[in-house]
Design a protein around this ligand. Structure first.
Ligand code: A2P
Length: 269
């Protein structure tokens, strides 16, 4: 990682897809992989946004929405993907190799962005599976630590191996030559698994309700005055976590109307 990329560079006016080069691919498990591609000059985005990416099809490109996992200062673009055996795109995308071409749309959008939240003290980022991707971007963005005193990123997966990507991103961020100092004592990783033994087991909803998360942060959860949230995972996970935040008095925000928490469905197909 380096912090040389200028996110304020002029946004490209073209909106059609560009062809970008695959730089590296990492297979975490038989279900999850991450990869990095070139970032076209002038491609601007807000940390936490998603973009359409894909592969050239027989007639037209096959594109799907993917959260950008890299922060907006990074010179390259990173993505974290599931592998769906019969998924039209991921069945092919999981086979990409460095040097291959990936199509990238020019326009990024999304609600998991700072602009959609009102100011607060603690930022909770709740994720399951590939829902960690937008948070890999947000926890590596210095703006996050200017806006919040404490950032708690939760990641729940079926088994320990599936936490590999988030664990590495958090470790790299804590040890990064510039970010390390900024995030020290502010960034907290709360990981759990649901289908095997681990130091912490259970769904995030259970761990909130049984008080384990509150004990971890050493504070009451959640207070609409100071706590802000972002949720990314399956539809059911989003709905269940959203219900907990709403019961605590937090309201859902958007780019047009910032409030106390925001949601977005993780890529599934
Ligand atoms: P579980 O193993 O109990 O289903 P997936 O890989 O299927 O997307 O799941 C990722 C993680 O999200 C799993 O640990 C899964 O737990 C958890 N999960 C699934 N549904 C919910 C829900 N409604 N609320 C919270 N966590 C959920």
């Amino acid at each position: 990682m380096n912090l040389n990329f200028d996110p304020k560079a002029k946004k490209a006016s073209a909106t059609g897809p560009t062809s970008e080069k695959v730089l590296s691919v990492h297979h975490w498990t038989d279900r999850l992989f991450s990869f990095r591609i070139t970032r076209p000059s002038g491609f601007r985005f807000r940390s936490g946004e998603f973009v359409m990416i894909g592969l050239q099809g027989e007639k037209k490109p096959l594109m799907r929405a993917y959260s950008i996992a890299s922060p907006n200062w990074d010179e390259e673009l990173e993505f974290f993907s599931i592998k769906v055996p019969d998924g039209p795109l991921t069945s092919r995308l999981q086979k990409i190799q460095p040097g291959d071409e990936v199509m990238l749309n020019r326009k990024s959008v999304g609600t998991l962005v700072h602009d959609a939240l009102t100011p607060g003290r603690n930022l909770y980022l709740f994720s399951t599976g590939t829902g960690f991707a937008p948070f890999a971007s947000i926890i590596r963005d210095p703006e996050t630590y200017e806006k919040f005193e404490r950032v708690v990123v939760t990641h729940t997966c079926r088994d320990v191996a599936e936490l590999g990507y988030s664990k590495q991103i958090v470790d790299e961020t804590l040890n990064h030559e510039f970010l390390g100092e900024l995030v020290e004592g502010k960034l907290f990783y709360y990981d759990s698994v649901t289908r095997e033994d681990y130091h912490r087991t259970g769904r995030i909803t259970t761990l909130i309700e049984n008080g384990d998360l509150a004990e971890f942060v050493g504070d009451k959860t959640f207070d609409p005055e100071v706590d802000r949230g972002m949720i990314c995972g399956s539809t059911e996970m989003i709905n269940d976590t959203k219900e907990i935040l709403e019961k605590a008095g937090l309201t859902e925000g958007s780019n047009a109307k910032p409030a106390e928490f925001v949601i977005e469905k993780a890529f599934v197909g």
